[in-house]
Design a binder for this molecule. Structure first.
Ligand code: NI
Length: 196
């Protein structure tokens, strides 16, 4: 059965068994645009992806389902080469700071200013630590279709912008370590901000 059909079955719960890892060719494809309006199948996929992120941030569910924690997931990581991502970012207190399922997300404007996360980035599809700064735009303006099939335009900055760019990269066959300077992983260009 293909991955999408499997995941949209009644009450299916996405686990790490559904995630594909570096080396799998789907992670290197440019994913296909989603047709408008978004089909019920892909709306269900988006919901299941968000449920995965919620479970991955709930200690009991992490143990029960043997999950790794995540703040974002892209459909290609489930071997579904469609432009669908889910983002769930908690604040320091564990409350939801940003939650969105996005179809066809696209950066239409960005700052010249770049930022890097102080400790680098990680990815559910990369089961090893790859150290180094991953330069990202500090601010992005993004258009997308939301889970209610509405066209949206939002501005994100800092951590939220970084997660968005990481997930958007998955839709273009790019993994975070592609953006790390191979010779000097912790070198930063002048003016790049380091975010805690
Ligand atoms: Ni990733």
């Amino acid at each position: 059965m293909d991955a999408l059909k499997k995941i949209i079955q009644d009450s299916y719960v996405i686990t790490m068994k559904d995630v594909i890892f570096e080396g799998h060719q789907t992670l290197r494809l440019v994913a296909e645009e989603v047709e408008k309006p978004v089909t019920p199948e892909l709306l269900t996929l988006g919901e299941r992806m968000m449920t995965f992120l919620k479970n991955s941030q709930n200690p009991e569910m992490v143990e029960k389902l043997e999950l790794r924690g995540g703040v974002g997931l892209a459909a290609p990581q489930l071997n579904i080469a469609k432009r669908v991502i889910a983002i769930l970012i908690p604040d320091a207190k564990g409350n939801i700071q940003f939650e969105e399922i996005m179809y066809n997300p696209k950066i239409i404007a960005h700052s010249a200013q770049e930022v890097c996360l102080k400790s680098g980035e990680g990815c559910l599809s990369v089961e090893r630590e790859v150290l180094g700064f991953v330069p990202r735009y500090k601010r992005v303006t993004v258009t997308y279709i939301n889970h209610d099939n509405e066209e949206k335009t939002i501005k994100l900055k800092d951590h939220q912008a970084i997660v968005l760019q990481h997930e958007l990269d998955h839709l273009n066959g790019i993994l975070f370590f592609d953006r790390i300077n191979e010779k000097e992983p912790w070198a930063v260009k002048e003016g790049v901000e380091i975010l805690e």
